[in-house]
Design a protein around this ligand. Sequence first.
Ligand SMILES: Nc1ccn([C@@H]2O[C@H](COP(=O)(O)OP(=O)(O)OP(=O)(O)O)[C@@H](O)[C@H]2O)c(=O)n1
Ligand SMILES: C[C@](O)(CO)[C@H](O)COP(=O)(O)O
Length: 381
Amino acid sequence: MTVRAPAGFAALITAAGRGIRAGAGQPKQWRDLAGRPVLDHTIRAFSGFERIVLVVHPDDMDHAINRYGGAVTLVAGADSRAASVRAGLTALEGQASHVLIHDGARPLVPDAVIAGVIAALQDGAQAAAPALPVSDALWRGDGGRVTATTPRDGLHRAQTPQGFALPVILAAHRDHPLQAADDVELALAAGVEVAITQGAEDNLKITFPDDFTRAERILRTDMDIRLGNGYDVHAFTQGDHVTLCGVRVPHDAALLGHSDADVGMHALTDAIYGALAQGDIGRHFPPSDPQWKGADSAIFLAHAATLARDKGYRIANADVTLICEAPKIGPHAAAMAHRLSQIMGLEESRISVKATTSERLGFTGRREGIAAIATAALIKE
Ligand SMILES: Nc1ccn([C@@H]2O[C@H](COP(=O)(O)OP(=O)(O)OP(=O)(O)O)[C@@H](O)[C@H]2O)c(=O)n1
Ligand SMILES: C[C@](O)(CO)[C@H](O)COP(=O)(O)O
């Protein structure tokens, strides 16, 4: 679940850095974390905000437009974090009452951390930011030796999102154009009192190469992975084509069914319902209901995919196997995957459609009908 932000609250996500310390060429916010770019995770955490401003490096703008255009307001960043934030705040001026400024490089921010900042602002704070008290002893070191100890009383490790009344942080940025490490530093320079809210260990900032391993580990622990399978059969009847995975395939017979008898799409729909423990197509679209007579099975698959999303899952992949002697599926398999991808809103590279004969054995072998089996994997992070 994501935090539903109150009206007037905007999120500003900074992602214009180059991630030099994380190494490995591509900037860290675009690198893969558990199958998706780091930034996908970060943006998803703020998807309950009515407005998200995403600040990206000018070199990444085209890529960002392709991936996030429409869902977020894109702004070109600058050569320091503070300047990137300023660019984002300027785009938000007059458009929100409050803003939560968050590092794109903190993809695992827990809902409770975001909710804590919002609550403090709603309670009247002009500025509020999460932090964790320092729990280890602190040393100063030089040349591999401890040169002094430092008292840790009152010291905190600062995190994001750092939340502000928008006019307050805009004024702080304009009046104190420092190369500050964060926005709290600027707020303090402007004399604004900042409330400390509860941070979280999981809210790490990906900074060094090993942080990817740590983030993957945290995600794996939190993940809810579900698998579902589906199986369906339709008998042949007189006709000149069949509809399989949404594609019309010429054939010397048709498939018999209450809807369009798309056996492949039915198996896949049942696989998704199965993963969600939500019964099968018959439960959601009873065959006794005349409105589904001759229906396009895309309606059923779209319903299952939406239900998965509404319950907080994303479909990680889907695999459909059609079992028949004829028609030949190979020439149509790519078009079928394409159609399924359109209906489910899932990349084609995550969908497989394949076929097998049953070596002339059984009802499919005798060409009495077509069977289909499907598997779907759903993930909630
Ligand atoms: N000019 C910059 C620099 C940083 N950031 C963003 O601010 C956040 C925190 O910065 P940091 O972890 O220091 O990221 P980088 O600057 O990318 O890392 P490095 O210093 O290792 O290059 C990141 O989400 C980063 O993309 C930004 O928007 N604009
Ligand atoms: C904003 C921040 O993430 C708070 O901890 C931090 O200041 C960014 O630090 P960096 O010096 O850019 O790594």
